[in-house]
Design a protein around this ligand. Structure first.
Ligand SMILES: C[S@@+](CC[C@H](N)C(=O)[O-])C[C@H]1O[C@@H](n2cnc3c(N)ncnc32)[C@H](O)[C@@H]1O
Length: 229
């Protein structure tokens, strides 16, 4: 189990039945059963070889799982599960899966979502579709930070913000400080590139926007991580 999946599971509440969309090796499904977080899991994947891997992982729990070949939420019926996990895919693919199965996605108690890339596209989609944020966690894997979102489509939780990850800031996440520093370093690189381009003056709109974001992150480091920068 990777740290990314460990952190994802730390946000899981126990349910009767859950579905693990894009199960691949079946590790999320296995952990839900092993930790008694679900009595029954639907391990779903669009790829037959992936589903074969999941079957090999899940066999100790015979009678408590079904491996279903299919696209996104299509193999499921509304009411069949109370939780969905969609992790390890691109943000656009996750948004498409939610869009195509909106009725079911908005009916479950919670969804755990984690994108490997395309985070902004996903956040924008979730915001526009009115999903509410219940909790958030960070993971670090192979040199990259990932945000894990616990959301609901049931008119609960926080409005999803593209600017300020308030629940994450308030979560006391052990990776928060490093994550914010990582963003500061990336903004510094953007500034260096802007300087190299030389066509932009330090007061250009782009420069000012990067400076505004840097100041915002420094204030979060001060307010939530106790740093004086
Ligand atoms: C990189 S793996 C992620 C495995 C696991 N969820 C994790 O987070 O580690 C992505 C899996 O999603 C599956 N997948 C991609 N698009 C899908 C879709 N539309 N419906 C179901 N599974 C899909 C792929 O076949 C692959 O097995």
């Amino acid at each position: 189990m990777t740290q990314r999946l460990d952190r994802l599971l730390s946000l899981a509440d126990p349910v009767e039945a859950m579905a693990d969309i894009g199960t691949d090796h079946g590790f999320v499904s296995y952990a839900y059963l092993k930790k008694n977080l679900a009595q029954y899991v639907y391990a779903i994947d669009i790829s037959e070889p992936s589903l074969e891997k999941a079957k090999k992982t899940l066999w100790p729990f015979t009678g408590h799982y079904a491996c279903l070949l299919g696209d996104g939420l299509k193999p499921l019926k509304k009411g069949q599960v109370q939780a969905l996990v969609i992790a390890g895919m691109g943000g656009r693919s996750i948004a498409n899966i939610l869009d195509e199965g909106e009725d079911l996605a908005k009916d479950v108690d919670y969804l755990l979502i984690q994108a490997m890339q395309g985070e902004e596209v996903l956040l924008r989609y979730l915001r526009e579709e009115g999903y509410g944020l219940l909790a958030e966690a960070l993971a670090f894997e192979r040199g990259k930070y990932y945000r894990i979102l616990k959301i609901t489509g049931k008119n609960k939780g926080e409005e999803i913000s593209l600017e300020e990850p308030r629940l994450l800031l308030e979560s006391g996440d052990p990776l928060l400080k490093d994550y914010l520093h990582h963003h500061l370093e990336r903004l510094e690189e953007v500034k260096e590139n802007l300087q190299k381009a030389k066509t932009l003056s330090p007061r250009s709109r782009e420069w000012l926007e990067v400076t505004r974001k840097e100041n915002q992150i420094r204030s979060w480091l001060h307010d939530y991580c106790g740093e004086n920068l």
